[in-house]
Design a protein around this ligand. Sequence first.
Ligand code: FE
Ligand code: FE
Ligand code: ZN
Length: 276
Amino acid sequence: MLNIGCHLSVSKGFLNMGKVASSINANTFQFFTRNPQGGKAKDLDEKDMTSYNEYAAVHDFAKIVAHAPYTLNPCSDNPQTREFALMVFEDDLKRMEYIPHNYYNFHPGSHVGQGTDKGIELITKTLNQILQKEQKTTVLLETMSGKGSEVGSRFEELAEIINKTNLNDKLGVCMDTCHIFAAGYDIVNNLDDVFVEFDKIIGLNRLKAIHLNDSMMPFASHKDRHAKIGEGLIGEEALIRFINHPAVKNLPFILETPNELDGYAAEIKMLKENYK
Ligand code: FE
Ligand code: FE
Ligand code: ZN
């Protein structure tokens, strides 16, 4: 079965997101834990989260993905910016324990001129502060396109972060198809090789979720612009090959394509029809 869903708004709560997902034949989804600027999260509604857990169990949901605000920068050169990221991560992970055994995805950040090594050191430091032995959430590092001074556009960088983190059994990777294409991994012509490389450097056992997007920007452009499935330079055929690859079997696929709900529904329908 193809586990697929899209990005949804958390504003009406978790049970609502579950029901909206069902209405478009999805069995997973992603949401921002708070507004992208990293503002205050909604008040914690334990009852709603419990209702969601029950709903997800009954409706055979796959794991869902919480996405940290993308403006957070845990490897900024500014200590206050790093401290802010740390506070948000800690608070988000506490909340995630009310919907246990799901994923919390974040962008590793931008080193803003300090160099990749320093960036990796600062991200690792943050992870060593937030990860707890008892937590039931797996934290995912997202593969990035490598715009500006972004860390995490090379598999080697993600591997180094994972290897240097103490409780790294709590860590995994979320592969964004738009980002890795823009980063220079040729998922259109050499999909097998990309997964072989991922396995060699990071380990396919670390691959936990997929952001399924087409790319408006060319291969290896290091630019991050998502396109609808089939309307970008990756193309429908390559994305269909991608979802059918044994390396990603049973993972949750999240669409982050520029769509409203009906557009997501159509993409989900098309992808399910082409899933063997
Ligand atoms: Fe992201
Ligand atoms: Fe993404
Ligand atoms: Zn993106």
